[in-house]
Ligand binder design. Sequence first.
Ligand SMILES: [Zn+2]
Length: 67
Amino acid sequence: MTDENVALLPAVPARGDTSAQRHCLCCKAVFPSEGFGERICKRCKSQAAWKSAISSGHGASRRRSAR
Ligand SMILES: [Zn+2]
C-alpha cells in the first residue's frame, strides 16, 4: 500500500456564492446580497417590474407586430 495519492486538496468553497455587497442590476444601488444568484435589490424586487419584463415575450403571447 502506498499513500502517494492522498494529496487531499483543500475544499475550495464556491467563489462568489457568498453574501456580499453587490450592485443591483436594476437600479445599480449597492445592496447586501445573500448569494451569487441575488442580483436585484429588495426594493426592485418588490416593485416586480423586472419580473414582468422577463416573463413577457417568452410564452404563448408572441409579439408579431401584427397590424
Ligand atoms: Zn435595485
